[in-house]
Structure formats: structure tokens, C-alpha cells
Design a protein around this ligand. Structure first.
Ligand code: SF4
Length: 499
């Protein structure tokens, strides 16, 4: 059992640069810095997809108080050039600890909802950070090209959710975690959740990945979330992307909220018990989060956790909600009720109907004929491409491709087609965030975060067509190259211009 255990706390800046919201964050940080019970304070980046004070602004101040800030770094509001520029800014300021996330889809903004950017995904950002740490070489086309940049010292981490209800969502979460670790994530913070068997599954999976890849184990931090009744209700109703709460737990919180302290002590005690179990099952630390908490509450919870760690096993039953989960990644350990090391059986056949299966097989057949080197049409298509490029017919050829693919897949003419890697579903038009290397954490019961109950997550649909697609360990797909926009992906493929 790992004691002392590491604690961090999440700060959520509001939509202002001064006043009470900022003052109370800094008061919290001052107390935490002098008490030294918290290892770090993390600062969210436009949480919930709403504009807010940038995390680095508070990061500078918190660092100067003598406590480590962890900056949430999301992909939603910035393109790759701003991402690089902000990374230079953070490196310059010594704000080296970053939690890289995809980010929530924008929900509000000045005079309407903001444009979602998502130029890079979280795997790309982790990769650019690793390159910067190694002092990356500018390519020869860039101004000042072919020089090696000074290396940075970032420590970047990532998030994963072990709390997905359906098999496709959970398998994808874990496969994407592998990509994030390969791209350089050095620590993992779990999504918020309450079920200890699910937390235990993540612990076992990280151990398994580490053993199989023979790499240094990443630090694993479990989020202990302390919601108020109001927030618990919002989560239950599906209004907080990627977050779930068991119905029975919500009912408990609802009852507790009628007490004189509005359920405060009950939620602190529950948090301490959950944190104690996480220490017991081998987590390296706990990330505390929740609204309306003063530093004194957090200090009490930390002290209480230390008292409870020796008896952590006695609380396991309180944190099992088996009725919530139709699928577990690992089979149950009958003795403890936690997870065992045996992986659960997956669905044997794609959960799709006949028309979907026929459509998928047909696409595969055509793809293999045209785009695999051994395919019957590969060579003729390649020769045709060489004739068409820079000829009068190039425009017609490009338009014909776009019309055909628009009708069949909702093609957005990115010029670098990834259909064959996504079970023939276009990520540019069918994923709200255009993600190329696995799903975000926002899906709920298989539905997309952005269109719940209307549109399934692209990655769930792809998994249902072909479950093997999630577990194929392919290299990171590079970000979309905007120089190829509105060009022919077929020409780009045969002439070696695309990925
Ligand atoms: S389609 Fe899936 S990965 Fe894309 S935004 Fe929706 S939930 Fe996220």
C-alpha cells in the first residue's frame, strides 16, 4: 500500500479577470501553499466549453505562491500554431506541468457559440510536447528551417475514462490511452466516477500496458469528485459531458442535502473513503474536485483519508454499483468484488444489421481493389492519376470524386482520406470534433457528446462495424494537412502527397 499518497485539487476559473471568483481561488492557493498537504493545483481550461480566465494567467500567480500548478491544455479553441506558441509561452514561464485534454465542445461565447477548432487532438498535442522536449528540428520549408529548437522540460499527462457504459466506448478509451502513452504521457488522471471496480480495472490495465511495453509506469491518479446535489442532478441528467453518476448514489446525495450542512460532511466522508480505497488498490494519488469547497474542507478530507487507509477494504461494498454497467473490461474477482486480471469476453460479431454489414464489406472490397498495391485496379488508377495531374481534366476528376464521396460519406474534401481506417465513416463530417486518433471522453451510452440521443459517436459506429478496428495498433494519424483542402484525395494518394 502506498503511503504517503499524493493529493491534488482542481481549480475552475470563471469568466472574469478579477473579483471574488479570482480572489477565492488565490486564497485557496495561498493556504494550500503554506499547509503543504497538496502536491499541486490543477487549473481548468475554459471548462464545460465556456470562456473563462486562461489557466496560465492563474498558473503564474499560483507558482509564485510556492505550489505547483498543473495547466489543463485543451485542443478545442486553438489551432496548431497557437498551440505551439502557447507551449513556448508556458515553457518560458516555467509552467511545465500540463494535463492534455481534447476539451468539451464549445457551448457559449461572445454573441453566440464559439467556432470549435480541434485542429489537433490530444495524441497530437502529447506528440508535439514530446518533440519539443527533445528539441525538435524545424523542417526545411519553415522560416529558419533545419535548425534544432532549444528543448523544453514539460511533464505532460492525459485523462482516460474507465466509466463508459458500453463496450465500444470503453475499449476505445483504453486503446486511445495506449496511443497517449506512446505519444509521451507521463501521468494519467482518471475521469471522475464512483465505482471502485471500474477504478480497479484502470489500475490493472495500466499495469498490463506497462508490462507489455516494458516502459516506465506512468503515475496513476484517481479523481475523487465531490458533487453538490445540484451538480449531481446535472450529471444524472447527462448535462455534463463524459460524466456519470449512479442513480442510487444520486438519491443518497439528495437525501443528505436536506441536512443542516446541506450534505457537506457526508460528501467529505464519502470522498475520504473513496480516496482510502484508491490508496489501497495501488493508485499513486488522488485528484480532488468539486464545487463550493474551502481549503479547510480539503485539508480535513486528506487527514481523514490517512486515518481510513488501514481499513480501506471495509468500504469496498459502498462503492460498487453493478446495476450501472452492462459491460466490464475485466471479469470480476469473486472474493473481493473488484476486477480480476482476466479480460471479459467481447461481443463476437459486429452489433450491426445486414445492410450495414453489406455496405462495410462492399467498401472494403472496392478499397482493396483500388488502394492496396496487390489490388486489380491499383496500377491502372495510379497511371490515370499521373495523366490527370496538372492536366485540363484535373478539376473535373477532383469534382467527380467530391460529388461521389459527398453523397456516400458526407465527404468534406479534406484531401487526405482516412475512410478505410474508420470503417468507412468520415471523421471530418461524422465526428463533431473531427478526431483522428480515437474518441474524446464526452460520449454517453454510445451517443456523441454534441448530439446526445440523435447521433451515435463515430467511434462507436466504427467499432460496431468492425471491432478489430479499435485494437489495430496503427501509428498515430497525423493532423489534417490544410494545404490539401479541396484537392483530390485519390490523386494525393497515388502521387504520395497524403499520409
Ligand atoms: S463523435 Fe465521438 S469522438 Fe467525436 S465528438 Fe462525438 S463523442 Fe466525441
Amino acid at each position: 500500500m502506498k503511503i504517503p499518497f499524493k493529493f491534488t485539487f482542481e481549480l475552475v476559473p470563471g469568466r472574469t479577470s478579477r473579483g471574488k471568483p479570482v480572489d477565492s481561488i488565490l486564497t485557496f492557493a495561498k493556504k494550500a501553499a503554506s499547509d503543504r498537504k497538496l502536491a499541486a493545483l490543477s487549473i481548468t481550461d475554459n471548462a464545460g466549453g465556456n470562456p473563462a480566465l486562461a489557466p496560465q494567467a492563474l498558473g503564474y500567480e499560483i507558482k509564485s505562491l510556492g505550489i505547483k500548478p498543473v495547466i489543463h491544455f485543451s485542443c478545442k479553441d486553438k489551432n496548431r500554431n497557437l498551440i505551439e506558441s502557447e507551449l513556448f509561452e508556458l515553457a518560458r514561464a516555467g509552467l511545465d506541468n500540463l494535463l492534455v485534454v481534447t476539451g468539451d465542445y464549445p457551448r457559449s461565447g461572445y454573441h453566440g457559440t464559439a467556432k470549435p477548432v480541434f485542429d489537433l487532438d490530444s495524441v497530437h498535442v502529447l506528440s508535439i510536447i514530446s518533440d519539443m522536449n527533445n528539441g525538435f528540428l524545424l523542417d526545411h520549408n519553415a522560416p529558419g528551417g533545419e535548425i534544432k529548437l532549444a528543448s523544453s522540460k514539460f511533464q505532460a499527462g492525459c485523462v482516460v475514462s474507465p466509466f463508459k457504459r458500453t463496450e465500444p466506448e470503453q475499449v476505445w478509451q483504453y486503446e486511445k490511452l495506449k496511443s497517449k502513452l506512446r505519444a509521451g504521457a507521463g501521468f494519467i488522471i482518471s475521469q471522475m466516477g464512483f465505482d471502485i471496480r471500474r477504478f480497479h480495472e484502470l489500475r490493472l490495465l495500466v499495469d498490463l500496458i506497462t508490462r507489455q511495453s516494458n516502459t516506465k509506469p506512468p503515475e496513476l491518479i484517481g479523481t475523487v469528485f465531490l458533487p453538490t446535489r445540484k451538480l449531481a442532478r446535472l450529471i444524472l441528467e447527462g448535462d455534463v459531458p463524459g460524466c456519470t453518476i449512479p442513480q442510487r448514489l444520486y438519491e443518497k446525495i439528495d437525501t443528505e442535502a436536506s441536512s443542516d450542512d446541506k450534505g457537506l460532511m457526508a460528501r467529505l466522508e464519502r470522498g475520504a473513503r473513496l480516496a482510502a480505497i484508491l490508496a489501497g488498490i495501488g493508485y499513486d494519488g488522488v485528484h480532488l474536485s468539486g464545487p463550493r469547497l474551502e481549503y479547510e474542507h480539503v485539508a480535513w478530507l486528506i487527514k481523514r483519508t490517512c486515518e481510513l487507509v488501514p481499513v480501506w477494504k471495509s468500504f469496498i461494498q459502498e462503492f460498487l454499483w453493478t446495476e450501472e454497467w452492462p459491460f466490464y473490461y475485466f471479469q470480476e474477482d469473486q472474493e473481493t468484488g473488484l476486477a480480476s486480471c482476466n479480460i471479459s469476453e467481447r461481443i463476437k460479431h459486429p452489433a450491426t444489421g445486414m445492410p450495414e454489414r453489406v455496405w462495410f464489406s462492399l467498401n472494403q472490397l472496392i478499397h482493396d481493389m483500388c488502394f492496396e498495391k496487390t489490388g486489380a485496379l491499383y496500377e491502372p488508377m495510379q497511371k490515370l492519376s499521373e495523366k490527370v495531374i496538372h492536366s485540363h481534366s484535373e478539376h473535373f476528376y477532383t469534382q467527380a470524386e467530391h460529388v461521389i464521396k459527398k453523397i456516400m460519406y458526407g465527404c468534406m474534401a479534406c484531401g487526405d482520406c482516412t475512410l478505410s481506417l474508420m470503417a468507412y465513416i468520415c471523421p471530418q463530417s461524422q465526428c463533431a470534433k473531427g478526431l483522428l486518433n480515437g474518441p474524446c471522453g464526452g460520449s454517453c451510452n454510445g451517443w456523441c457528446e454534441v448530439w446526445p440521443t440523435q447521433k451515435k459517436c463515430l467511434y462507436v459506429r466504427a467499432y460496431e462495424r468492425d471491432p478489430a478496428i479499435a485494437t489495430k495498433t496503427h501509428e498515430m494519424l497525423p493532423p489534417r494537412d490544410w494545404a490539401l483542402y479541396l484537392t483530390s484525395s485519390w490523386l494525393n494518394f497515388y502521387l504520395g502527397k497524403s499520409h
